[in-house]
Structures are given as C-alpha cells and as structure tokens.
Ligand binder design. Structure first.
Ligand SMILES: Cc1cc2nc3c(=O)[nH]c(=O)nc-3n(C[C@H](O)[C@H](O)[C@H](O)COP(=O)(O)OP(=O)(O)OC[C@H]3O[C@@H](n4cnc5c(N)ncnc54)[C@H](O)[C@@H]3O)c2cc1C
Length: 463
C-alpha cells in the first residue's frame, strides 16, 4: 500500500529498511494508567492549569498566575500570498485581569492540540470509549527504575482526552529511542522493522531525511505504521510536555489600559503550528468571546519605558518582528501627546518585509514619521523586482547610524522571527562599524560584543 503523509509520498516503507542494523535501545515503561468508572465533565478539563504549584511555566513571573483572557477582537494585518511566500499575519486584542506591562514585554500562551487531531489519535489508539473516563497515572508495579517520577504536567486525576488536548506535544521531533520503543508496540513485521531500523545508527541518513527534513511527526508515524499501538502509559511518560509559547506585546498600556493587550502572530502555511492553529480556530469559533490562557513572562531589557523617553533608539525589525516596536512607538506617541514628560530621544526605525503590503501597519508607521514620533523611517522589501535587505539600509546610513549608536544614550534593538536574520543584521551592523570607524573584522566583532555587554545592542530572539 502507498501512503501519502504530510505531502510526502512514501511508496513503500520497505525501501527504508536496511539489511543490517542495530536498533537503538528502546525507552522503558515505568508508568501505568488506572481507569475509574466516572466520566470527566467538560468544565473539569483544564489540563496543566490543574497541576498545582509544582508545575512551573517557563519564564513566568512567580508572583502571578495564569489568567483567562478573552479574545476581544481579531484583525488580519497581512494576507497570505503564495507567490511571495508571505505569511498571513493576525493581530488579536486580549482582555484580561489587570496586569502590569510595558511595551516590549512578553506573555506566555498555553496551547492546546486541535480537537480533530485529538479525536483521530484517540480513535487510532482504540481509546474512544474511554476518552473522557477519569484515570490516574501511577508508577507501574513492575517499575524497576529507582528515580522514576510521575510527569508533573499531567493532573493527578485526568482523562485521555485532557492528556492529549492539553498536556502532551504531538508534533515534537521523535527521538531514536522513542522510535525503537514504538517498534516494540507494532505487530506487522514490515512496520516493526521500519521503526526499528529508523532508530538505528546505520539508518541515520533515513532518520535525517524523514524525521528532520521532511518533518514526520508522531501522528504521521501512526499513519504509516497502521499496526503500531503504543499504550497510553508509554505516551504519557515519553511524549514531551506541551509547552507555552511566548508572544510579544504589540501595544502600549497607555493606548488600551492594562486590562487589554494586543499580540500579533504569523501563520506558517501549510503546516501551521499548534498555538497559531489554536488562535486561528478560536478567532473563528461561534461561541464568543473565546478564551485563551496567558501569563506574564519575566521582563528583560528589551522594553521601552518612561526612562527611555529621553534616550535614542535604533529599531531594526524584520517581518512580524516589528510587533514589539509598535508598542514602543505607541508609547512614545502617547507621552508626546500628553506632554507630561519631555520626550527628547530620537527614534529611527528600519523595517524589512517581503513586500510593501507585508509591512505591519505601514500607514501607522508613516503617520508616526509625520508626527515626529519617528525621526527616521526606512523600509525595504525582499520579494519585489529589485530586492533590498535591512543590512543594505544600514550600510546606506552607516555614517549617521554609527554616530547615533555611539552616543551614550542610544540603544539599538533588533527583533526578527529567525535566528539567521538576527545574525545577518549583527553582521550588517559590524560592517557599518568597520566602514565608519576604520576597523578590521575582528575589531568590529569585538566592538559589537562590547555593545552587547553594555546593553546598547539588544536582541529579541524568536527561536
Ligand atoms: C521571546 C519570544 C517572543 C515571540 N514573539 C512572537 C510574536 O510576537 N509573534 C509571533 O508570531 N511569534 C512570536 N514568537 C514565536 C512564537 O513563540 C511561536 O514559536 C510561534 O508562533 C509558533 O508557535 P506554534 O505553536 O504555532 O508552532 P509550533 O507548533 O511550535 O511549530 C513550530 C514550527 O514548526 C512548524 N511545524 C509544525 N508542524 C510541523 C511538522 N510536522 N513538520 C515540520 N514543521 C512543522 C510550524 O509551521 C511552526 O512554524 C516569539 C518567540 C519568542 C522566543
């Protein structure tokens, strides 16, 4: 039989089975799931929010807990465009309990796996009848591992639907030992060999191509190997935790009050991620207002506060990376209008986007330039007839840029949705330093390092 999984045609999994291979050591199983006869009510299914204080949320401000925020509004800022590979970008306004924030701060959003995917998984594992039955995860009576632990991200009393919806990541990269264990739960010989071989050192090339490059995930493997039937207890122990995702706040609290905040997300097509798919579905759901669970993350130096009003900023943004700067600029505009505090600092903004239409809130940026919130606005586009990149804009302004950067009160902020872009921008700034200060490459790299140490060069990395 030929399978077509995630746009990948795998004519026959047999083609990936080597003659000789040694499977990786399979992960062992230390847990068991005990079912009760009671069904879990829908209102009880709160996932990781029910796990108590032992469960930590990454970078959470300890004094604050999770908040249910209503999606008050959603707005498409950029339409997807296949020809230029432009992603759809959406802005949502969230309403929640008061929480203090400054422009540039980030929130954690709790994702959930799509109901249709969960249903498909429950069905595939033969768990439909028990999907909502309350169960408890325990250490197995046969558990031989001394330091075996119960996973902290699964509530004490739960049900399979809650586990798969709120607690476990279904699209993580599968490790070789996990694949090897899956082979042990597979009854058809060909499928068993395929999984065992894929886990072996000898088949690393196949592992790299299928798992790392083509991106086959757990659900795809189950589809390819119809007789693979891992027990719930094994998955609870070894599938990774479904982790919150960070998003930058894209407005100023002076615009909206602290009970509201906005975030902007871009949707990868056709393989949208877990959180972005969830947000898309929530924005379209009938029953309104839809709610998402969020928490304030620890703050760092990537923010714009009253103290910065008299400082200079050089802002460099690519794509959705403009989001936090929209907050910076709105904040400055509000202070300028209120005139309670002197606003002496200069703000320069460099923006890169695929096309002019893909620049977030382009008209607003132009208006800020007109109103002298921005002293300099430069935009460039990479998917137009003569493409230009941000680094080039920096080169064009090198003399004045370096002069401004070296003033004691100037901070340069970079935000791009990709580590590679941030590295190219750093090289671009390095080239400006070389050219203007007559440095060689090593000296410029050293100077850049010092600027980072002095917190004059700040990056928000969206990895
Ligand atoms: C400090 C910080 C701030 C951030 N701020 C923002 C922000 O303001 N706006 C924003 O949009 N993002 C921001 N991000 C990134 C954001 O946190 C998420 O990583 C992003 O939205 C994708 O999350 P997801 O859960 O939808 O995707 P995930 O499910 O985590 O998937 C990650 C990527 O893998 C791809 N993928 C999914 N399934 C597969 C598969 N089977 N094979 C191959 N690839 C696959 C998806 O398309 C997706 O692009 C920020 C990140 C950080 C660290």
């Amino acid at each position: 039989m030929s399978h077509h999984v995630e746009g990948v045609e795998i004519a026959d999994i047999e083609a990936f089975i080597l003659n000789e291979y040694i499977p990786a050591k399979p992960l062992d199983s230390n847990l068991q799931v005990d079912f009760t006869i009671r069904k879990q009510a829908k209102s009880e299914k709160c996932g990781q929010r029910r796990c108590g204080d032992i469960l930590k949320f990454p970078f959470a401000q300890t004094t604050r807990t999770l908040t249910a925020a209503s999606i008050k509004q959603s707005k498409v800022l950029v339409d997807a465009d296949k020809a230029t590979e432009t992603k759809r970008v959406v802005e949502i306004t969230l309403e929640s309990d008061d929480f203090d924030y400054e422009p540039g701060d980030t929130i954690g959003v709790l994702p959930s796996n799509a109901p249709a995917v969960v249903e498909q998984l429950l069905d595939r594992l033969g768990l439909i009848d028990q999907a909502d039955t309350i169960c408890q995860i325990k250490l197995s009576l046969k558990c031989a591992k001394k330091n075996a632990k119960l996973p902290a991200h699964i509530p004490d009393s739960t049900c399979p639907r809650e586990i798969f919806t709120n607690c476990l990541a279904l699209n993580g990269v599968l490790q070789k030992q996990f694949l090897s264990a899956l082979a042990g739960y597979t009854s058809v010989a060909k499928e068993r060999s395929f999984l065992a071989c894929l886990s072996s050192k000898q088949a690393t090339e196949h592992y790299n191509s299928l798992i790392l490059e083509r991106g086959l995930r757990f659900m795809d493997i189950l589809e390819l190997c119809g007789s693979c039937q891992p027990p719930l207890a094994f998955l609870v122990e070894h599938l990774p935790r479904l982790l919150p995702r960070p998003y930058s706040i894209a407005n100023s609290p002076l615009e909206t009050g602290t009970q509201e905040l906005r975030i902007i997300y871009s949707v990868q097509s056709p393989k949208a991620g877990v959180t972005t798919s969830m947000l898309e579905a929530k924005c379209q759901q009938q029953e309104q207002p839809a709610k998402v669970f969020i928490y304030p993350r620890l703050t760092n130096t990537f923010r714009y506060t009253e103290e910065d009003l008299c400082k200079n900023q050089i802002l460099i943004a690519v794509g959705t990376g403009l989001a936090p700067f929209l907050g910076f600029l709105a904040h400055k505009e509000h202070h300028q209008k209120q005139q309670k505090q002197p606003v002496k600092g200069e703000t320069w903004l460099y923006v890169g986007a695929k096309t002019p239409q893909a620049v977030l809130k382009r008209n607003k940026l132009l208006a800020w330039e007109q109103a002298s919130v921005l002293q300099r606005l430069r935009m460039c586009h990479s998917r137009v007839e003569s493409p230009t990149y941000v680094q080039q804009l920096l080169q064009d302004d090198a003399e004045e840029l370096v002069k401004l950067l070296l003033k004691p009160d100037t901070v340069l902020y970079v935000c791009a949705d990709g580590a590679k872009i941030s590295t190219s921008i750093a090289s671009g700034v390095g080239l400006c330093l070389q050219k203007v200060l007559h440095l060689d490459e090593t000296e410029a790299t050293q100077q850049l390092k010092e600027l980072r140490q002095q917190a004059k060069y700040r990056e928000d990395l969206w990895l």
